[in-house]
Design a protein around this ligand. Sequence first.
Ligand code: NAD
Length: 353
Amino acid sequence: MTLDFTYQASAARIVFGNGASGDVGKWVEALGCRRALVLSTPHQAGDAEALSKRLGPLSVGTFTEATMHTPVDVTERAVARAAELGADCVVSLGGGSTTGLGKAMAYRTDIQQIVVPTTYAGSEVTPILGQTENGVKTTVRSPKITPEVVIYDPQLTLGLPVGMSVTSGLNAIAHAAEGLYAPDRNPITTMMSIDGIRALKEALPALIDSPRDGAAREKALYGAWLCGTVLGQISMSLHHKICHTLGGSFDTPHAETHSIMLPHTIGFNAAAVPELMTPISGIFGGATPGRALYDFARSIGSPMALKDFGLSEADLDRAADIATRNPYSNPRPIDRTAIRALLQDAWSGTRPP
Ligand code: NAD
């Protein structure tokens, strides 16, 4: 094997541990800040208020309107609120939607961010921001977007509903699976991909039976960190292109779309680079990586068919057109006919070859 790579570590500080979110105030001060604005979705507003209260004089209040796809008008309201309150940092408490809001604010104002993730999406460790304006989603990358501190506290994920744990966990696996064949992968990202996928493969089935299993929650969040880190450091390929197409143009839900597409896209690419997919076979077993991922997803109760998420069969032609236009780099040549067939299988929930 010839080694020839570039590795760029992220400068973000990662703090991991049960109860670690009790130290948010310490990290606000470590950043040289005194006036944190706590962000959340409306659903987690109660938790955000409680955190703000715990921070006492270090918090200037909350902004609890974070929502899917990071709409620009919400970001502008949050930026105005931060300015009005004289906030000098944000504490984003929640999943990818809340993290997205904090990142969008930092992209505009360079405000420092502390993220306390409560799902497995992984956005907290990437320099990537997806935002929407007038129904159009655009993606930007900038070092300003990467949060300064991420506090992973498994205890905060004990109440993540099982269905969301499954789809969010498969979303994380998708980042790392594409990391295995990314053109700019390196030995560190490959190591993180394998360990991240293995951790989630072990943790997710345990969470089905006991959602409040502390050891499984810890392992799942650890895997999510590794998989998210891979996402932030390498280029994504066909899988992410199709998921961005379906979410961006057809409004299918983020984590569910990733979960459904994963066996199909990885199966498709595995045929071209079987040697790079051996870790998937090693972790999941199975005749082919696509089948193994399909069987795993089904065994943990994942949704399996796009037709259950508002996508009509008639949409598939347009989805194939968009997904094959300006394709991302991919280990297997992108051919519209093959992608249309792959989408058909994912739409109906058919087991991949
Ligand atoms: P989410 O943040 O939209 O959360 C979904 C719902 O679950 C919200 O109502 C949230 O408040 C709630 N929730 C979160 N944690 C909970 C918990 N522990 N218990 C109970 N409820 C909880 O969902 P997500 O899948 O984490 O994030 C999806 C968004 O993140 C998408 O917009 C996606 O594009 C983005 N994302 C971005 C990146 C990136 O690198 N830019 C990476 C991954 C995801």
